[in-house]
Write a protein that binds this ligand. Structure first.
Ligand code: PRX
Length: 634
C-alpha cells in the first residue's frame, strides 16, 4: 500500500486519522518494513518522565530495510552518487549491491576489532561514501554511531568521545574542503590525548598525506577491508534500542548527545522523505548537508535508502571552484530533488545569476530549504532562478531532536507561501502557547512552539543524562515538548517559524549555544567575562556578537580579536568564531547578577532606540557606555 499523499484533500483526511488514531496510522506504515518479530504494543508514552516507546518488543535491523530489502529487485540500482570536492576527480557511484557488500565488509571489520551491540563508535570523517558505509556498518552490528562534524576542533571531538564513552574512532588522513586540505588525523590524534576510552582507530585514506599511525591502535581502512567477507549477519535489535547519538548545542552547558531509537526513527525518516519530497523511483535526490548534522543523517542516508532512492553525496563546498558549483552538479547529475539551507541560498544569491545561467536546471522537480528561517528575498530568488517557478519550495522545519521533518509543505500537494513552513505532517501535533503555557487556540497568533503528542522520531533521551533531557524539553511547559522556537500561525493555519527564543544561536544553519562560545572566550588569559548574542547577518542569518571585559587595557585590538577568534576555533570550531568583538567596561546585569541579554541583543542589532526598562540594572550607565563604544568602533 502506498503511503504517499497525493492531494490536499487526502492530506487533510490522513492528518485527521493520524491525530484521531495515531497507533493505527503509524502501524499501517510500520507494516511495510521487514521485522524479525512484530511489535507487541504500538505506543507507550508520557511527557513527564519523559518516556516514549514506539513498537515495543519489535525486533529488526534498520540496515535490512535500507539495503537487503532492495537487493531482491533493485540490486543494480545506484544507491549513492558521490561528487568529489575537486572538479577533475571522477564521480563515484555505488549500487545497492555494492553498498551492501561494503557495509557487510566493514561490519566484519568492526566486529574483528571487538565492537559489540551497544558499543559507541565515533565517526570523524570527510564527506565520502565510506562515511555512509561506516554509519550503516555500525547500525548493522548494533553499535551506536556518534558522528562528529569534521569541522569541529580536537577539544570538541575529545569531549564527545568521552561523553559517549566511544570504543572505536573512525577517521581519515585528511579531507578536502574547497581549496583547503585539513589534516583530520592530526586533529584526531590531539583529541585522543584527551581521552583514554578509544581502543582502536580506523583511518580512511583520502588525501594521501603522511600521517603517524600508532601500532596496535591505528589501522588503515583499506588494509582491514582487504580480506573482509561480504556477508555479515545483522544484529537483531529491539525497536527501542538506540540507533545513534548526535551532539547538539543547547542554551546551557556543553553540547548534549541526542539519542534516537531504531524503529521509530526508521519509520519517521522513511515516511517524511517519501511525502515531503514526493519521492519517485527515478529520482536523483541531493541533500547538501554534511552527514555530521541531523539533516545528513536523515536525508542523505536513512530516509533515501529506506525508500530505495538514489542519494547524492557531495564532498565540497558551494563556492568552489566558483559559486556555480551546486548548479553545475544539478546539471551534471540531473538532480530531480534538491535540499539545501538558506545560508547557502543567500550566499549564492549574492554571487549573482551569472553563476546560475550557464547550467540547465530543467531536471529539478522539488527544491527544499532547512535549518533556519528563510527570508522573503532568498525565497523568491530560489523560486525564480533555481526552481524557475516550476518547482515547489518545501521549507522544512524540524530539529536534531525531532529526527525528521515536522512542519513542511508536501511537494505539489500543499500550496506554498513564502517563508512559511506551512502545515504539520501527519502525526505531528503542534500547539502554540503563551509564556505562561496557555494554549493559543485561534489562528493569526504568535507564540511558543510545542508538541502535545509524540511522533515516532522524537528524541528518547540525552546520552547518559536523562534528567537533562527532561529539564531541557519537558519542564518549561509540563506535559508538552518545547521546541525552543517562536512561531506564528496565520489566518490560514499556516506556521511560520520566527527563530529561537532561548540562548541558542543559528549561525549559517549551525546551532550554537551562547554559553559554549562565552566559555571558550573566557579561556583567554586577559578576559574576565564575556557575553555573546546573535545578531542579524545578511548571509549567515545570524552572526555572533561578543561583548568582552578584559583584565588590562588592550594595546593592539586587532591582535586581541584574532586571538579570541583563534581560541574559539581551537576550542569549538571555526563556525563559532565571533563576527564582532567589542571590549566593554561592564555588562548590563540585574541586581542578582544575571546578564540582560535582551539589551545586548538590541544593541547588537543596532536598535538602541527602544531598550525597554533598564532601571532594574545594577548599573544602568553601562548601557550608554557600550553604545558609545560601538559607535566609535564603527
Ligand atoms: O530554530 C529552528 C531552526 O533550527 C533549529 C534546529 O536546529 P538543528 O537541531 O541544528 O536542526 C537543523 C536541521 C533540522 C530549530 O529549532 N530551523 C530548522 N529548520 C527551520 C528552522 N527555522 C526556520 N525554518 C526552518 N525551516
Amino acid at each position: 500500500m502506498s503511503h504517499k499523499i497525493s492531494s490536499l484533500e487526502q492530506y487533510r483526511e490522513v492528518y485527521q486519522k493520524s491525530v484521531q488514531q495515531p497507533e493505527a496510522f503509524w502501524s499501517s506504515i510500520a507494516e511495510s518494513f521487514e521485522w524479525e518479530k512484530r511489535w507487541d504494543n504500538v505506543l507507550k508514552w508520557n511527557f513527564i518522565s519523559p518516556e516514549v516507546k514506539w513498537f515495543s518488543n519489535g525486533k529488526l535491523n534498520i540496515t535490512e530495510n535500507c539495503l537487503d530489502r532492495h537487493l531482491v529487485l533493485d540490486s543494480d540500482k545506484t544507491a549513492i552518487i558521490w561528487e568529489p570536492n575537486g572538479i577533475n576527480e571522477p564521480t563515484r557511484k555505488l549500487s545497492y549491491k555494492e553498498l551492501a557488500e561494503e557495509v557487510n565488509k566493514f561490519s566484519n571489520v568492526l566486529r574483528d576489532l571487538g565492537a559489540e551491540k551497544g558499543d559507541r563508535i565515533c565517526l570523524y570523517m570527510p564527506m565520502v561514501p565510506e562515511l555512509t558505509i561506516a554509519v550503516l556498518a555500525c547500525a548493522r552490528i548494533g553499535a551506536i554511531h556518534s558522528v562528529v562534524f569534521a569541522g569541529f576542533s580536537a577539544q570538541s571531538l575529545g569531549d564527545r568521545i568521552n561523553d559517549a564513552g566511544c570504543k572505536i574512532l573512525i577517521t581519515a588522513d585528511g579531507l578536502f574542503r574547497g581549496s583547503k586540505t585539513v589534516n583530520l588525523k592530526a586533529i584526531a590524534d590531539e583529541a585522543l590525548e584527551l581521552t583514554s576510552v578509544i581502543k582502536s582507530v580506523v583511518v580512511f585514506k583520502r588525501t594521501g598525506e603522511d600521517v603517524p599511525m600508532l601500532p596496535s591502535r591505528d589501522y588503515w581502512w583499506g588494509d582491514l577491508m582487504e580480506d573482509a567477507s561480504i556477508e555479515a549477519a545483522p544484529e537483531i535489535m529491539d525497536s527501542e534500542d538506540p540507533l545513534f547519538i548526535l551532539y547538539t548545542s543547547g542554551s546551557t552547558g556543553k553540547p548534549k548527545g541526542v539519542v534516537h531509537s531504531t524503529a521509530g526513527y526508521m519509520i519517521y525518516a522513511y515516511y517524511t522523505f517519501l511525502n515531503v519530497f514526493q519521492y519517485e523511483s527515478e529520482d536523483i535526490f541531493w541533500c547538501t548537508a554534511d552527514v555530521g548534522w541531523i539533516t545528513g543523517h536523515t536525508y542523505i542516508i536513512y530516509g533515501p535508502l529506506l525508500n530505495g532512492a538514489t542519494t547524492v553525496m557531495f564532498e565540497g563546498v558551494p563556492n568552489f571552484p566558483d559559486a556555480g558549483r551546486f548548479w553545475a552538479i544539478i546539471d551534471k547529475l540531473q538532480v530531480t530533488k534538491f535540499y539545501t539551507a538558506p545560508t547557502a541560498i543567500r550566499s549564492l544569491m549574492a554571487a549573482g545569476t551569472d553563476f546560475v545561467n550557464p547550467y540547465k536546471l530543467s531536471s529539478l522537480k522539488v527544491i527544499g530549504s532547512v535549518g533556519e528561517p528563510i527570508n522573503e528575498e532568498a525565497w523568491h530568488w530560489y523560486d525564480e532562478h533555481i526552481g524557475k517557478k516550476r518547482c515547489p519550495i518545501v521549507d522544512t522545519w524540524w530539529q536534531t531532536e525531532t529526527g525528521g521533518i515536522m512542519i513542511a509543505p508536501i511537494a505539489h500537494v500543499t500550496p506554498t507561501k513564502p517563508t512559511f513552513a506551512t502545515l504539520p505532517l501527519p502525526g505531528v501535533q503542534p500547539i502554540l502557547v503563551d509564556s505562561e503555557g496557555n494554549e493559543l487556540k485561534e489562528n493569526d497568533v504568535e507564540g511558543l512552539l510545542c508538541m502535545k503528542f509524540p511522533w515516532p522520531g522524537i528524541i528518547r533521551t540525552t546520552y547518559g543524562d536523562h534528567e537533562r533531557c527532561r529539564q531541557n524539553y519537558f519542564t518549561t511547559f509540563p506535559g508538552l515538548y518545547f521546541t525552543g522556537d517562536g512561531c506564528r500561525r496565520d489566518k490560514d493555519g499556516y506556521y511560520r517559524i520566527i527563530g529561537r527564543v532561548d540562548d541558542v544561536m543559528n549561525v549559517s544553519g549551525h546551532r550554537l549555544g551562547t554559553a559554549e562560545v562565552e566559555n571558550a572566550i573566557d579561556e583567554h588569559k586577559n578576559v574576565i567575562e564575556s557575553a555573546v548574542v546573535g545578531f542579524p547577518h545578511e548571509i549567515k542569518g545570524q552572526g555572533i556578537f561578543a561583548f568582552v571585559i578584559t583584565e588590562s587595557l588592550i594595546g593592539d585590538i586587532t591582535q586581541f580579536e584574532n586571538e579570541i577568534r583563534d581560541l574559539v576555533s581551537k576550542i569549538i570550531s571555526p563556525i563559532a568564531k565571533p563576527d564582532k568583538i567589542v571590549v566593554v567596561p561592564g555588562l548590563p546585569k540585574t541586581r542578582s547578577g544575571k546578564i540582560m541579554r535582551r539589551i545586548l541583543r538590541k544593541i547588537a542589532e543596532g536598535d538602541t532606540s527602544n531598550l525597554g526598562d533598564i532601571t532594574t540594572l545594577l548599573d544602568p550607565g553601562v548601557v550608554d557606555e557600550i553604545i558609545q563604544l560601538i559607535q566609535i568602533k564603527k
